[in-house]
Design a binder for this molecule. Structure first.
Ligand SMILES: Cc1cc2nc3c(=O)[nH]c(=O)nc-3n(C[C@H](O)[C@H](O)[C@H](O)COP(=O)(O)OP(=O)(O)OC[C@H]3O[C@@H](n4cnc5c(N)ncnc54)[C@H](O)[C@@H]3O)c2cc1C
Length: 477
């Protein structure tokens, strides 16, 4: 009856994850892609940024003469080849894009190049080189992702004023760069640019830097990642106009009063102010589907698209296009769950257990609630909240590695021991957080976590220490 069991629009990490899961479960699947296979993460996001950060990290280690001396190592001369760093990132992108494309082919997913548009909840048009074809499917999944949001007043020329899309090409190294936005993308680029010798001014419209992080982590991150690196910060300031050129002119206004406060003349500006969903021209309006103010597609917890608040049984949406948690692994998890729901399950994603990380040096990671969020929930639902900290400077492996700056914070219910949130800043924090994510996913309380034996000496003992402290606090109440 239908051409396919499932047609997916968008071959980013979300669409790819859904496609692989669907074929594994026996669904005849096709995926439509208008641009590069792999989407944002592979081509303009996670992968190239982590490749640049890998170079930045090595460089920082080599530049850290004091730690090297303590280890008995002296490095005489360090040379950085900007083009080499950029090529490394692009080669990795090409490799991973190739692997991803081949994995779809190998497993029998049909790839349909072109622009996909929903004609009705079981029919999609694909336009390529002016030719339109129609395919029918039992289920249609929208996984069209997102693109950088550029606030009004900021002009992008791609050379001197750019978003992460162009910054990842590392076409040149501006001596002085303004980074607008102190979210994880802004922070990661500040790490890359400062390692490569650029001067950075970070501009944040809100009153606090890194507004989404737990306050204790943001405080330490500010000290270690910004102040120690002479990154100038301008908080509560709105970059209300940025004009490309030589120099780039940045007009800064008070974020509250909008009164012009300062004009910076810098060599470049990176705009990292967030992302908007790529949901235009998808045919949604014609179907009577209203997107929210910013363009995100409304879905229910099972990922059915909502029309007037009611789920459309055969139309689904996931990933950055719905905006619940704009991360690659969240998109992939949503894709898998949506596919299972197409087959009659009734699953949802537990966002509380999905970790997130900033791959700065040192890294920052978290899962679950921040302390203010946990306190607020505790007040609402009438349960007590407590937190404990443990420090990398008390960890043998961190000391041996010369990377003893860092902290882990564990937030839990002080009546039941339920883990509410874990936040880490320190070496390999992005890897360390997985144990906490697994604990939240499996609802393992701190009393049980404290009994799990951790390898010695490893950085995992930082969390072990925190779990033991929390457990002790619970028993000695
Ligand atoms: C600089 C940067 C660094 C990042 N680092 C990380 C990280 O370290 N870890 C992490 O988890 N996340 C990271 N992210 C976020 C991550 O990239 C996204 O959350 C993820 O890519 C979202 O996946 P998606 O499948 O929803 O959409 P996307 O990856 O954006 O893919 C959507 C695809 O749909 C295609 N498409 C759109 N409309 C149509 C249409 N009508 N027809 C056909 N095709 C269409 C697009 O061309 C695109 O290929 C980063 C993002 C950026 C920008």
């Amino acid at each position: 009856m239908f051409d396919y069991d499932l047609v997916i629009i968008g071959a980013g990490v979300g669409g790819h994850g859904a496609a692989l899961h669907a074929v594994a479960l026996g669904m005849k699947t096709a995926i439509i892609e208008a641009a590069d296979m792999g989407g944002t993460c592979v081509n303009r996001g996670c992968i190239p940024s982590k490749a640049l950060l890998a170079a930045a990290g090595r460089l920082r280690q080599l530049q850290d003469k004091e730690t090297l001396k303590a280890l008995g190592i002296a490095v005489e001369q360090i040379q950085v080849d900007r083009a080499g760093v950029a090529t490394h990132a692009q080669e990795i992108v090409a490799k991973i894009r190739g692997d991803l494309t081949r994995s779809l082919e190998r497993l029998g997913v049909t790839t349909l190049p072109g622009w996909g548009k929903v004609v009705d909840p079981q029919k999609v048009s694909i336009t390529q080189d002016g030719q339109e074809t129609l395919v029918t499917a039992k289920n249609v999944l929208i996984a069209t992702g997102s693109y950088p949001w550029v606030p009004p007043g900021i002009e992008i020329d791609g050379q001197t004023v750019f978003t992460s899309d162009d910054a990842l090409k590392l076409a040149w190294l501006p001596p002085w760069i303004a980074i607008v936005g102190s979210g994880y993308i802004g922070l990661e680029f500040a790490d890359i640019y400062t390692a490569l010798g650029c001067e950075v001014t970070m501009i944040e419209a809100l009153e606090h830097l890194m507004p989404t992080f737990d306050p204790d982590i943001a405080r330490l991150a500010r000290r270690v990642l910004l102040e120690a690196r002479d990154v100038e910060t301008k908080v509560g300031m709105l970059a209300q106009k940025i004009t490309p050129g030589k120099p780039v002119v940045v007009e800064l206004a008070d974020a509250k009063t909008k009164e012009l406060k300062e004009v910076l003349e810098v060599d470049a500006a990176l705009v990292a102010t967030g992302r908007l969903p790529a949901t235009e021209n998808l045919g949604l309006e014609a179907l009577g589907i209203e997107r929210d103010r910013r363009g995100f597609i409304p879905v229910n917890p099972q990922f059915n698209v909502l029309k007037n608040g009611e789920p459309i049984p055969s139309l689904w949406a996931i990933g950055d296009a719905i905006g619940t948690m704009m991360l690659a692994h969240a998109a992939a998890a949503q894709g898998r769950v949506a596919v299972e729901n197409m087959l009659g399950q009734n699953k949802a994603v537990n966002y509380r257990a999905i970790p997130a990380a900033a791959f700065t040096h040192p890294e920052i990671s978290f899962v679950g609630l921040t302390e203010p969020q946990a306190q607020e929930l505790g007040q609402k639902e009438q349960f007590p909240v407590a937190s404990v900290r443990s420090y990398f400077k008390g960890n043998s492996k961190a000391i041996a590695e010369g990377e003893a700056e860092g902290l882990a914070k564990v937030i839990y219910r002080s009546d039941t021991g339920e883990l509410l949130g874990v936040h880490i800043i320190g070496a390999h924090a992005a890897d360390l957080i997985q144990e906490a994510a697994a604990a939240i996913a499996t609802q393992t309380p701190v009393q049980q976590l404290a009994e799990i034996v951790h390898t010695h000496p490893t950085l995992t003992e930082v969390l072990d220490e925190a779990f033991k402290r929390a457990s002790l606090a619970l028993t000695s109440q």
